[in-house]
Design a protein around this ligand. Structure first.
Ligand code: MN3
Length: 235
């Protein structure tokens, strides 16, 4: 019984994850080895004043590039896994050879999470769909409470990690956090689901502009969330 339920959840998460990629196409990055750094869908300075140009240049050009390179270097040694697709590797993470598991967690996660992150930000203000707004109202009462709960969750991450809004297998919205570059699609995540929004809470994503004021970073980045994109990921 328990196994059947777990398999169901896993299959649902996988299906949702696959659709996440499908909706965004190549724009969320490649999904097969060798992985390539996806171009930003806007200029490095486009999210000013909320996210500064220098941070974007380093974050995309250095951090994301490094995750990409290290992911490829790890998969180079494991040819049998090169064409499996990152989301399948995430789902099966506990079954991977130890060396590959660590690389997929850190650099596969780093690759996917950032590819996703750039896509859910936009310099142009957009509103959520009626459908997403209804789901947010059902789970959080309103947008303001979603925001304050996401900020509280983001502040609760000790050290480096991410805060996510996920759609669970039961189609509920839920706020979850992960440490390091883990994400809710990984087979060993406490709360699994398909991410529809994710905010990077590593210091490298805000330190140059906000220093230790993570709450100000959250208030800033909230202005540049692409709610059309987030809405498209919710279904
Ligand atoms: Mn980052």
């Amino acid at each position: 019984m328990e196994n059947t339920r777990r398999d169901f959840i896993k299959t649902s998460v996988l299906a949702a994850g696959a659709l996440t990629f499908g909706l965004n196409g190549n724009a969320v990055g490649s999904n097969e080895y060798p992985y390539t750094l996806p171009a930003l869908p806007y200029g490095f300075n486009a999210l000013e004043p909320f996210i500064d140009e220098k941070t974007m240049m380093i974050h995309h050009g250095k951090h994301h590039q490094t995750y990409t390179d290290k992911l490829n270097a790890a998969l180079e040694k494991f040819p049998d896994y090169q064409s499996k697709g990152l989301q399948n590797l995430f789902a099966q993470i506990t079954l991977l050879p130890v060396e590959l598991k660590t690389a997929i967690q850190n650099n596969g996660g780093g690759y996917w999470n950032h590819s996703f992150f750039w896509q859910i930000l936009s310099p142009v203000k957009k509103e959520p769909s009626e459908e997403l707004l209804a789901a947010i109202t059902k789970s959080f009462e309103n947008m303001d409470k979603l925001k304050s709960e996401m900020i509280a969750a983001g502040l609760s991450v000790f050290g480096s990690g991410w805060v996510w809004l996920i759609e669970t297998a039961q189609k509920d919205l839920k706020i979850v956090t992960t440490t390091n570059q883990n994400n809710p699609m990984m087979g060993d995540a406490n709360d699994k689901g398909a991410p529809i929004l994710g905010i990077d809470v590593w210091e490298h994503s805000y330190y140059l502009k906000y220093q230790n004021k993570r709450v100000e970073y959250f208030n800033g980045i909230w202005n540049v969330i692409d709610w059309h994109r987030v809405s498209a990921l919710y279904f």
